[in-house]
Design a protein around this ligand. Structure first.
Ligand code: HMG
Ligand code: MG
Length: 302
């Protein structure tokens, strides 16, 4: 398998990156982040989640963020939607959305902790959302959490990933993201999870979503590239974590992935300098050390 010549990065910083943030972050800062990401060349941005504000208070301003952004032509906006209630809240904003993401888990325990239902029940909740979205021409992605490890169940065998991918396919989800939610996976494990997803989806409909808790995310990205995967989620400045995966840190930093890809001659259409400025903007706004190794190295040089 030859490594893809182009990679599409889906920026999840405004959603995955900020959802776990304890301090209040204003909608204006979130909007400023999203607009800077667009200007840096990101073409698909996961901007927020229509989830319960009791569960994830930081995403309570979903409608404000979705309606407040200045959209750059050609940029696709994506939001998380866990059920019909979230779908209706999204529709009520009247704002255009290009993609939604339902989110399930390969492990039962994480499904319960994250979305308060079993894997089977989650499909019943997602199915009408998927149907409604597709009827409006909105693209539907499905996040598959805990595809290598679960904070409650430990190691997750790949047959559970294949099973979940089959369920997602069965309800009409068009693309699946293979997530290492707690960032424990190593390259061969991640490849096994991707191969499990590939039993139900084609290579163009599978992406990688790697948290970097154990520092494996770039290696896992390369391992996925070796299988032909060309779409990845990443988070500017390495922001984030999941509120229901204690101790898990952010996604792989977008800057670090872009640096690696460009160094390998792989095209992304992302302007690394502008991206680094964007990562620094949000790190400053949060009063946080920048979580991108590449950004820190390059900023130290200047
Ligand atoms: P539930 O309690 O089972 O829902 O929560 P319910 O239908 O029984 O309703 C209970 C209450 O929640 C009701 O309000 C509903 O109106 C309200 P009450 O009558 O008590 O006042 N409610 C909602 N409010 C706003 N928006 C909604 C909504 N639905 C119900 N959509 C639910 C189920 C999924 C809503 C809840 O468990 C939840 O919000 N969980 C949040 C999960 C989350 O956002 N996790 C982080 C994102 S996933 C992630 O980070 C992983 C990923 O990055 C991939 C990876 O790394 O693994 C994608
Ligand atoms: Mg995640």
């Amino acid at each position: 398998m030859t490594i893809p010549a182009r990679v599409k990065l889906v920026e999840v910083g405004p959603r995955d990156g900020l959802q776990n943030e304890k301090q209040p972050v204003s909608a204006a800062v979130k909007i400023g982040l999203i607009e800077r990401l667009q200007d840096a060349g990101l073409t698909t941005i996961e901007i927020t989640s229509f989830v319960s504000p009791k569960w994830v208070p930081q995403m309570a301003d979903a409608a404000q963020v979705l309606t407040g952004i200045r959209r750059k032509p050609g940029v696709r906006v994506s939001v998380l939607v866990p059920n019909i209630k979230g779908w209706e809240a999204m529709l009520a904003t009247g704002a255009p959305v290009d993609e939604i993401e339902v989110f399930g888990s390969a492990s039962e325990a994480f499904s319960q902790k994250n979305i308060n239902c079993s894997i089977a029940e989650s499909m019943e909740r997602f199915a009408p959302v998927v149907q409604a979205a597709r009827a409006c021409g909105i693209f539907v992605r499905g996040a598959m959490s805990c595809t290598v490890g679960c904070p409650y169940e430990g190691e997750v065998p790949s047959h559970k990933v294949a099973y979940l991918a089959g369920l997602m396919k069965g309800i009409g989800v068009q693309h699946v993201g293979v997530a290492d939610t707690i960032g424990v996976g190593t390259p061969r494990q991640v490849q096994a999870a991707i191969e499990a997803a590939l039993t139900h989806y084609g290579i163009d409909d599978v992406s990688g979503h790697f948290h970097d808790t154990y520092g494996q995310a770039l290696a896992n990205t390369l391992a996925a590239l070796e299988l032909g995967v060309w779409q990845f989620d990443s988070s500017v400045a390495g922001l984030g974590g999941c509120p229901y995966a204690k101790g898990a840190t952010g996604n792989v930093a977008t800057e670090d992935v872009v640096y690696m890809l460009h160094g390998m001659g792989i095209d992304t259409d992302i302007d690394l300098d502008r991206l680094i400025d964007t990562g620094q903007f949000i790190s400053d706004a949060l009063g946080r050390k920048n979580g991108s190794r590449v950004a820190v190295a390059m900023l130290n040089k200047h």
